[in-house]
Design a binder for this molecule. Structure first.
Ligand code: ATP
Ligand code: MG
Length: 724
C-alpha cells in the first residue's frame, strides 16, 4: 500500500491539482515531456487508493499496446498489487474486447476475425475483380483509404447520399460490396472495430448503460490523436457523468492523415461546459538546448494553442548535426556513436534511431548486425505480417472459423496442392451467387459434382485437412495447437524444401510463432474467458509484432517517428533529415501537411533526454535512384546556438556534387584552422595526426593520434597545438 505522500510528492503543483481534482470533465493540455502521462497514471492510482474507486470502475485508453503495458506496470507498481479487471488498452484493443463480449448485439458471428490492413487490401482487390473494375482506374489503396476514411467518420455506405457524380457512385458501390463480403465472412477491419463498437453502444441501451455505470472514470492519453468515431465513443460512455479525463498536446497531433481530429480538443471544451483545463509548463525530460530547439521549430506553425515549456535541467550539449556523405556513411556514423555510448557504460535500450519511413531501417540494421549489437525494430514488416506467419495464422483462423474467406483464399493452395486459379474463380462465383462463404461454396460444388475429378479431389483433400486439424487440436494448449497446425498444414515441409536461406529463415519464423504462442498469456487481458486461440489471433492482428520470444530488454530501439510518440530515450538519432524525405515529398506542397510534418519533428526532438543527433545524407539511393537532397528545412529552423556540426570524414571523400549545408548553423560555423590528417604537435604529448574534428568555436574538439601518447580527444581552444 503506497502512502498518499509518496503518490503526490513526485508531482509539481499543477500536476497535483490535476491528479486530485474531484471527478469531472478535465483537459490537461501541455507540451511534450511535461508529465501528462505521469498525471494520468497517478490520477488512476489516486482514485483507487484515496477515492476508493474499484479498479473495475476504471477505463484508460492509450495509443499503443506498448504504452498500455507500461501504464499498467506503473499503476501496479504504485499500488503494489495486480489490476486485472482495470481496462487499459488502445481504442482498437478495447473495441475488440467489447465486440467479443457482445458479438450478437453487435450483429457479428461469435467467430469473427480481425483482419489487418494487408488482408483488407486483398479483400478490396477481390471485390474490384468481382465488379469488373480495372485496378489501374480504381487503385485498391485509394479504395481502402476511402472506405477507412468513411468509417473513421462513422459513415456507412448506406448513409452516403445519392449522387450524380459517377466516381462517387462507383466508390459507394465498392464500399457496399465490401461491407457485404466482410459481413458474410465474419471479417472486421481496424476501422470497423471502432465503428462497430460505437454502433453497439449507440443501438443497445442496455449495453451502454451497463458500461456507463461500470466506468466511473474514463482516461485518455494522447487525446489530440483521436478521430471522430473514437471521440463519439468516448462521449457515449461519459455523456451524463462528466467523468472524462483527457490529456494531450495539440503540437503533437501527427495522425491527421489517418483521420485524427485535432478539433476534438475544441469540441471537448464545447461538449463538457463544466470542464476544467490544466496546463503544465515544466518539462522534465530534456535538457535546455534540446527543449529550446524543439520550441523554436514548432513556433513556425500557425494556429497553435500556444504554450512554451521550460526546464530546470541544465543546457546540456548542443544538438549534434552530421552531414553524411551517403546513407551508408550515415549508418556508419550512427552505429559508431552507439558503440561509443555502450563502451562508456550506456545501456543499449536508452538509444533510439528514429526515421520518417520504414524503408530507412535496413541500412542501420545491417550495420548493427555487423557490429554485433542487439537491436529491435518496431513496426516495419512486422512479425505477424510476414507471409509465412500469415499462412500459418490463416490455417488457425480457418480452424476457428471456416467462413473466413480471406484465410481460405490464402492457403487453399499453399502449400501447392493443385488447386488452380480457375477453381478458386468458380468458387467465388458460386459464393457470390448464393451469398455464402467460399468454404460453403466448396461444399456445394463438391456435393453437386461441379468440379473436375482432379480439382475436386484436391479441394476435398484441403477441406479434410482443415477439419482434421480442427478435431485433433481441440482442447490442446494453445502452443501445441499452433505447433501441430504449423506441422500438419505442411508449411514447415514446404519451406524446408524451398531453396536457399530464405526458406530456412521462414522455418525459423514459424518456430518463433510457436514460441510466441507459448509465451502468450491470455490471462492478462481476459476477463471474459475467451478461447486462447481467439485471443491469440486477435492479438496477432492488433499487436505490432511486439512479442517475438527473445528478451528485448537491452536492445537499440529502431522505429518510425510516428511510433516514438509518448516514449523517451537518453540518446536519440533523428536520421534522414532531408527535404523530400522529412518533410516528405507529398507534404511540401500542402501547408497543412507540412505543419503536421513539423509536429512530427517536434515529437522526434522531444523524445531525447540527454543527447540528440540529427543526420542527413548528401546523396541517398531512394526507390532505386540516386538523389542529392537538400538538408531538411527543419534543420534551418533550429537556431545555430543549439547546434554543433560533427565532422568525421577520415574514410570517405566528398563528391563534387555534394550540397553544402545552408542552415542557420553553418552560417555561424567558424571554419576550423585544422584539417583531418593534419600533423600537429602538443607540448606534453608530442607529435600526432588529427583523426577527427567536431564541435565549433570554443567547443571544437579533435581526436589526435599521438606517436608516443596514443589517441586522445582534446579541446582545441585549450590544447595549444602547433601545426607542423
Ligand atoms: P509526451 O507529450 O511526450 O507524451 P508527457 O507529457 O506524457 O510527454 P511524461 O512522459 O509523463 O510526459 O513525463 C516525461 C518525463 O518526466 C518522464 O520521465 C516522467 O517520469 C518525468 N516527470 C514528469 N513529471 C515529473 C515531476 N513532477 N518530477 C520529476 N519527474 C517528472
Ligand atoms: Mg505522454
Amino acid at each position: 500500500m503506497i502512502d498518499v505522500t509518496d503518490l503526490l510528492d513526485p508531482l509539481n503543483d499543477a500536476q497535483r491539482q490535476a491528479v486530485t481534482a474531484p471527478s469531472q470533465a478535465m483537459l490537461v493540455l501541455a507540451g511534450a515531456g511535461s508529465g501528462k502521462t505521469r498525471v494520468l497514471v497517478h490520477r488512476i492510482v489516486w482514485q483507487i487508493q484515496v477515492q476508493g474507486v474499484s479498479p473495475h470502475g476504471i477505463l484508460a485508453v492509450t495509443f499503443t499496446n506498448k504504452a498500455a503495458r507500461e501504464m499498467r506496470g506503473r499503476i501496479e507498481e504504485l499500488l503494489q498489487r495486480p489490476t486485472h479487471n482495470l481496462w487499459i488498452g488502445t481504442f482498437h484493443g478495447l473495441a475488440h474486447r467489447l465486440l467479443r463480449r457482445h458479438a450478437r448485439q453487435a450483429k457479428l458471428p461469435e467467430t469473427f476475425q480481425v483482419m489487418d490492413s494487408a488482408d483488407q487490401l486483398r479483400v478490396i482487390k477481390r471485390i474490384l475483380q468481382a465488379l469488373n473494375l480495372d485496378e489501374a482506374k480504381w487503385p485498391p489503396k485509394q479504395v481502402q483509404w476511402f472506405i477507412n476514411a468513411q468509417k473513421d467518420e462513422g459513415v456507412r455506405a448506406r448513409h452516403m447520399p445519392e449522387t450524380g457524380d459517377l466516381y462517387m457512385r462507383q466508390m459507394i458501390a465498392i464500399y457496399r460490396a465490401y461491407e457485404e463480403l466482410c459481413d458474410r465472412s465474419g471479417l472486421v477491419d481496424f476501422a470497423e472495430l471502432l465503428l462497430r463498437a460505437h454502433e453497439l453502444l449507440r443501438d443497445n441501451p442496455d449495453v451502454l448503460s451497463f458500461y456507463q455505470e461500470r466506468f466511473q472514470q474514463v482516461h485518455v492519453d494522447e487525446f489530440q490523436d483521436t478521430n471522430t468515431i473514437q471521440y463519439a465513443w468516448l462521449r457515449l460512455l461519459t455523456q451524463d457523468k462528466n467523468n472524462l479525463f483527457v490529456v494531450g498536446d495539440d503540437d503533437q497531433s501527427i495522425y491527421g492523415w489517418r483521420g485524427a481530429r485535432i478539433e476534438n480538443i475544441y469540441s471537448f471544451q464545447k461538449h463538457f461546459p463544466g470542464h476544467e483545463v490544466i496546463k503544465l509548463e515544466q518539462n522534465y525530460r530534456s535538457t535546455g538546448n534540446i527543449l529550446k530547439a524543439a520550441n523554436q521549430v514548432i513556433a513556425h506553425n500557425e494556429g497553435r494553442l500556444g504554450k512554451e515549456l521550460w526546464t530546470e535541467a541544465g543546457e546540456g550539449e548542443p544538438i549534434s548535426l552530421y552531414a553524411a556523405f551517403n546513407e551508408q556513411d550515415e549508418a556508419f556514423f550512427v552505429i559508431e556513436r552507439i558503440r561509443a555510448w555502450i563502451k562508456e557504460g550506456g545501456a543499449r535500450a536508452d538509444t533510439a534511431i528514429l526515421y520518417r519511413s520504414n524503408a530507412q531501417s535496413r541500412q542501420f540494421e545491417e550495420r548493427l548486425v555487423q557490429a554485433g549489437i542487439p537491436y529491435r525494430v518496431y513496426g516495419g514488416l512486422r512479425f505477424f505480417e510476414r507471409a509465412e506467419i500469415k499462412n500459418a495464422l490463416a490455417y488457425l483462423r480457418l480452424i476457428a472459423n471456416r467462413d473466413d474467406d480471406v484465410s481460405f483464399e490464402r492457403v487453399v493452395n499453399t502449400p501447392t496442392r493443385g488447386i488452380g486459379a480457375k477453381t478458386v474463380d468458380d468458387l467465388r462465383v458460386i459464393a457470390r451467387d448464393r451469398g455464402t462463404s467460399l468454404w460453403r461454396a466448396a461444399r456445394i460444388m463438391l456435393e453437386h459434382g461441379m468440379l473436375s475429378a482432379r480439382a475436386g479431389n484436391a479441394l476435398a483433400g484441403f477441406m479434410q485437412l482443415v477439419d482434421r486439424m480442427a478435431a485433433e487440436t481441440e482442447g490442446m494448449e494453445l502452443f501445441e495447437q499452433v505447433k501441430r497446425t504449423v506441422e500438419k498444414s505442411g508449411l514447415i515441409e514446404f519451406y524446408q524444401n524451398s531453396k536457399g536461406e530464405q526458406g530456412e529463415e521462414k522455418v525459423e519464423n514459424l518456430e518463433e510463432l510457436v514460441n510466441a504462442a507459448r509465451l502468450f498469456d491470455p490471462a492478462i487481458d481476459n476477463e471474459d474467458n475467451l478461447g486462447p486461440l481467439e485471443l491469440f489471433l486477435a492479438h496477432a492482428a492488433l499487436e505490432a509484432g511486439e512479442m517475438q520470444g527473445e528478451d528485448f530488454d537491452d536492445c537499440v530501439q529502431l522505429m518510425t517517428l510516428h511510433s516514438a510518440k509518448g516514449l523517451e530515450f537518453k540518446v536519440v538519432f533523428m536520421v534522414g533529415m532531408e527535404e523530400g524525405l522529412f518533410p516528405s515529398l507529398q507534404s511540401v506542397e500542402d501547408p497543412k501537411r507540412l505543419e503536421e510534418e513539423r509536429r512530427l519533428c517536434y515529437v522526434g526532438m522531444t523524445r531525447a533526454m540527454q543527447t540528440l543527433y540529427m543526420t542527413y545524407a548528401e546523396s541517398r539511393r531512394l526507390y532505386g535512384r540516386e538523389n542529392y537532397p537538400r538538408p531538411s528545412r527543419f534543420l534551418r529552423e533550429i537556431p545555430a546556438e543549439y547546434l554543433q556540426e560533427v565532422r568525421l570524414r577520415a574514410q570517405v571523400s566528398r563528391p563534387a556534387a555534394a550540397t553544402p549545408l545552408k542552415t542557420a548553423a553553418s552560417a555561424s560555423l567558424s571554419v576550423s584552422q585544422y584539417k583531418l590528417g593534419q600533423r600537429v604537435s602538443h607540448a606534453k604529448f608530442g607529435e600526432g595526426v588529427i583523426l577527427q574534428l567536431e564541435g565549433q568555436g570554443a567547443q571544437e574538439r579533435a581526436q589526435i593520434n599521438f606517436k608516443a601518447a596514443g589517441v586522445k580527444w582534446l579541446m582545441l581552444a585549450y590544447a595549444g597545438l602547433a601545426a607542423l
